[in-house]
Ligand binder design. Structure first.
Ligand SMILES: [Zn+2]
Length: 212
């Protein structure tokens, strides 16, 4: 059986890739950072995205480049981890307009500078995964914005693209639909609470019990 993500794997669109990528990351507790990405000039679709494990930086890289500057967010240890995934937009051939994985290393290993051999770089932990800012849920304002966009006729795909850009969280169409479904379910429940005959019904129930 193939692993969920592998080299040369093809996806019909970027969102399909993102869904599998997110599911895999969630199950394996893998935290990624966008190392680089670019958009196509003509249609603004993604040309490529290169993800690296959040621990990709080498220990010496950090001290030399930003000596004395403390990272703003929670500290992520620079461990020289080699895990990475790169997905490219296919420009020509029979896979044109699809997305293809061109780099895929899911092993969290580093190169030992003395032996020149690969060794384990770090563990993957559930705690680190859920606490990382990229995995924080959407807040109330963000959810409201999504629902407002639905109300004004925008579609889930456009909303996903817009909100991903705005929040820096990688959101799929399914994430957006989850927000919408939650909202609609709440609305429905509220409507049930408020429906016109509710009070009358309650009064009748009281009366029935009183007259017993
Ligand atoms: Zn790693």
């Amino acid at each position: 059986m193939n692993p969920p993500l592998f080299r040369d794997q093809i996806f019909d669109n970027f969102d399909d890739f993102l869904q599998v990528f997110k599911d895999f990351s969630k199950e394996s507790f893998t935290l990624w950072t966008t190392y680089s990405s670019a958009k196509r000039d003509d249609d603004q679709n993604l040309k490529y995205v290169h993800f690296k494990c959040v621990h990709y930086r080498k220990p010496d890289e950090l001290t030399s480049k930003s000596a004395g500057i403390r990272p703003k967010q929670s500290y992520i240890a620079p461990l020289g981890c080699l895990a990475e995934i790169r997905v490219n937009y296919v420009i020509s051939g029979n896979l044109k307009n699809k997305y293809q994985i061109v780099k895929c290393n899911l092993q969290h290993e580093r190169l030992n500078s003395e032996s020149n051999l690969k060794e384990k770089a770090h563990e993957l932990s559930h705690d680190d995964f859920v606490k990382h800012p990229s995995n924080r849920r959407l807040n109330k304002e963000e959810e409201d914005e999504i629902n407002n966009k639905f109300d004004t006729g925008s579609d889930a795909k456009l909303i996903a693209q817009f909100m991903s850009k705005k929040t820096g969280k990688w959101l799929t169409i399914r994430d957006i639909w989850n927000v919408r479904t939650k909202y609609l379910t709440n609305q429905k429940n509220q409507n049930c609470e408020n429906y016109p005959l509710k009070q009358f019904e309650q009064a009748m129930i009281k009366q029935t019990y009183r007259n017993r």
